[in-house]
Design a protein. Structure first.
Length: 562
């Protein structure tokens, strides 16, 4: 439990404050990286399993009517795996079928997995089928007034965690949202994944066009749905997804709103600056002069600056949102400013001051909230957010989110002068036939003041700290004290190797982002509650797609931390 309480004037082996009190103060927003998909999920689970150790270092639509092939889903609340939804008026001509693969019920939304054909046929069969995750609000009823909907586009490395979190939050606010994998990503790719895009200049140029056409197909799907208002469909993208979203909105007038997160224009400048573009730069250098010219021409036509005038009216009407890192090392600030100026909204960009592309994860709570507010402007007045749980107390996802916020607050928010935070951890680890347990208690004060006491296998009991002077006690009970009144007092973290400290800080920011809301957390992990015993609650946390749980958290009766 993290607590803030009066801090003693001198923390020493003889003065250990034992009382603690709860706190629900929100942790501050921070920063939010691009390549954080799998890392975000793993960091969240690492914190669930051993947060204190981390802190030490710094996520009836099927009628009975049947046709000759499959049933057509026709209502807004009863999806059925194996059913088919047919989009009859495609922007590419004709119709196409959407197969319902599975349905998952979450605390904050319903996730329907679909697949339908790409409008572009390539030589790789799996690339011709688009896997989709459709996030639906829980509060929809047949006959409800149609709502806005959003297409969410993923980051460069293809991980879906961030757009899943965004889609979950949108659905929890009453807005249907969908995620799909871009060409050659995930299950759509070959053995080399998206690197196969660089197999030839012809494939590379074709992929750029295919991605934009597939956004149009996503709009076709949403426009066909009875729960969606066809003239209020939007698009949101992060990093690469933001660049694609801008270009797609310029070409597709049915996209009423666009949220461009960590994105910009002037693709040549982005490719010249970004470390992530090194492989693409080598690819371009290996082409003939004629091939290189053709690729650059395709890139020019896909650049958001190329057709910015087509989006300018919507932007000036307040229908384009830009959120960018002020110190972005991947999408240079100048590239963001060029796009904003071309859209006529140079003074409307939301800058995440002091943040870079990779260190912006802590701003995820703010980014999700602002983006959801942006699209929620088109909700019908009668639409409310998903209804709260009627079972009493916090739902499992809300309880876990509260726990993570408490843990990350310990790290991200320094106690006020004269106050302190306390975190206690007892853990039991079983490896093969051996079971070992340990205990830690860390008191963090203002500045560099702290006290760490614990019992760890192979080490035994130990206590170290720093108040007016640094000190420690040995296993044998002997005490060692530093000099009082040192001219320079160093943070204990200054003794940690910088690369470890950076990793720990980024992990804590990842956890803070995951804990932004229960909806965001549900996009990353499966949370199951075991039957209560003697008033205690037990949560079993499993990463999505993993067969085994990562953590089992036991909460005392009435507690919000395990």
């Amino acid at each position: 439990m993290v607590a803030e309480m009066p801090f003693p004037t001198s923390i020493s082996p003889a003065r250990l404050p034992e009382s603690r009190c709860g706190s629900s103060r929100k942790h501050p927003s921070g920063v939010f990286p691009r390549r954080c998909g799998v890392f975000l999920r793993r960091s969240c689970l690492t914190a669930v399993a051993a947060a204190a150790f981390l802190l030490l270092l710094a996520g009836g639509f099927a009628s009975a009517a049947e046709d000759s092939s499959a049933s057509q889903a026709t209502a807004a609340t009863d999806w059925r795996p194996g059913g088919v939804w047919t989009v009859r008026d495609s922007s590419h001509g004709g119709s196409f079928d959407c197969e319902i693969v599975s349905v998952a019920e979450k605390e904050t939304c319903r996730v329907v997995r679909l697949r339908y054909p790409s409008p572009v046929v390539t030589e790789l069969p799996q690339n011709n089928v688009i896997p989709v995750e459709y996030y639906l609000p829980l509060n929809m009823r047949p006959g409800d007034e149609p709502r806005p909907a959003v297409v969410c586009l993923h980051i460069l490395d293809g991980s879906l965690e961030l757009v899943r979190a965004l889609s979950s939050v949108l659905a929890s606010r009453g807005i249907p949202a969908m995620v799909f994998q871009l060409p050659y990503y995930g299950e759509r790719g070959g053995p080399n994944g998206p690197r196969d895009i660089l197999a030839s200049p012809e494939r590379f140029t074709a992929v750029l066009g295919q991605a934009l056409e597939e956004v149009r197909r996503a709009v076709d799907f949403l426009a066909s749905r009875p729960e969606v208002r066809a003239d209020r469909i939007g698009v949101a993208g992060i990093s690469l997804g933001g660049v694609v979203a801008a270009s797609a909105a310029e070409r597709e007038p049915r996209l009423h709103r666009a949220a461009l997160i960590l994105a910009g224009g002037d693709i040549p400048a982005i490719l010249a600056a970004a470390r992530e573009a090194e492989e693409l730069r080598r690819f371009l250098e290996g082409l003939s002069e004629e091939q290189r010219a053709a690729v650059w021409e395709t890139l020019r036509q896909c650049d958001p600056l190329y057709r910015a005038d087509a989006l300018r009216d919507r932007a000036q009407a307040g229908n384009v949102l830009m959120i960018n890192a002020a110190e972005d090392e991947v999408i240079p600030r100048a590239c963001t400013e060029k796009l904003a100026q071309a859209l006529g909204i140079a003074d409307k960009v939301i800058w995440l001051e002091g943040m870079g592309h990779y260190t912006s994860l802590g701003a995820l709570p703010r980014v999700l909230e602002v983006t959801a507010d942006f699209f929620a402007q088109d909700l019908p007045p009668a639409v409310a957010t998903a209804p709260p749980s009627t079972t009493g107390g916090l739902t499992p996802a809300a309880l876990l989110a509260t726990t993570l916020r408490e843990w990350t607050r310990f790290y991200l928010q320094e106690p006020s002068p004269g106050q302190c935070h306390i975190v206690r951890l007892s853990a039991e680890v079983q490896a093969e036939q051996t079971r070992q347990g340990g205990e830690l208690m860390l008191i963090r004060g203002n500045g560099y003041r702290f006290r760490l006491a614990g019992k760890v296998p192979q080490l035994g009991d130990f206590t170290i700290g720093q108040g007016d002077y640094p000190w420690m006690t040995s296993v044998a009970g002997r005490s060692f004290a530093g000099r009082e009144g040192l001219a320079t007092v160093r943070s204990p973290l200054s003794y940690v190797r910088p690369e470890y400290l950076r990793g720990a800080r980024l992990a804590v920011m990842a956890v803070a982002g995951a804990a932004a809301s229960p909806a965001a957390l549900e996009a990353l992990v499966e949370i199951r509650e075991s039957p209560a015993e003697e008033g205690r609650r037990t949560l079993v946390v499993t990463p999505l797609g993993e067969p085994r749980p990562a953590a089992r958290l036991v909460y005392p009766a009435g507690a919000q931390v395990p």
